[in-house]
Design a protein. Structure first.
Length: 217
């Protein structure tokens, strides 16, 4: 579990590609402090397990499911990635609760400067937009952000200078893809409502004929 507050920008040192998986070697410094093999590090919003630690880097396995659901397969040696260690009980929750489980991919449509801030418009599918609400939380490449506007094709966030300096979001270009993780609350509410609706439908199957067959008339 993470907060979406990026600790540092790392660099992909190497990628070993398998048939359906890959192994990433990622350069970093701050995220290595106190990190042990088996710990989790969010890499562009993707929860990865540390399998090897060196002086200035760590390695992590990427399974086929992650390659299907995220843009991690587009990374190359030299790519910048947002890094964050897993949340500890001593950490301030400055962002929002982020699982590191990507819901899908968005595409940057536009950057627009507004005084000291930069507005980013991100296009994505209706399947994801249904969970994105105005003033709600969204994680973009692992960065915790607040949704400013949303319609049936895209949503907008505003990046303050500090976020721009501490993450790799502003190094991207229109057309680039980003990993998206929606706020988990909406997904749980939808599932509960769906179950409740299903139960009501099943209750409506009790007809007069059913009652007669079971001796109630």
């Amino acid at each position: 579990m993470f907060t979406g507050i990026i600790e540092e920008i790392g660099t992909i040192k190497s990628i070993k590609k398998g048939e359906k998986s890959s192994v990433l070697k990622i350069k970093g410094q701050k995220v290595l402090q106190g990190t042990r093999i088996g710990d989790s590090i969010s890499t562009n919003g993707i929860c990865l397990t540390v399998t090897k630690i060196e002086k200035d880097s760590f390695e992590a396995d990427v399974m086929s499911e992650s390659l299907k659901r995220t843009n991690i397969g587009e990374l190359i040696s030299g790519s910048y990635v947002n890094l964050e260690r897993a949340l500890s009980l001593e950490t301030r929750l400055g962002g929002h609760i982020v699982n590191g489980h990507i819901d899908g991919i968005g595409k940057i449509k536009e950057f627009r400067r507004d005084d000291n801030a930069v507005w980013i418009t991100v296009e994505t599918t209706l399947d994801l937009l249904r969970y994105i609400i105005e003033k709600g939380s969204i994680a973009i490449d692992g960065v915790s952000l607040t949704v400013v506007t949303v319609d049936d094709q895209s949503f907008q966030v505003s990046i303050i200078p500090h976020t721009g300096e501490e993450t790799g979001l502003l190094s991207k270009q229109p057309g680039d893809t980003v990993n998206l993780e929606c706020d988990m609350i909406g997904k749980y509410v939808e599932k509960l409502l769906r179950l409740d609706s299903k139960e009501r439908t099943q209750e409506n199957h009790v007809t007069q004929g059913f009652l007669k067959e079971n001796g109630f008339f």
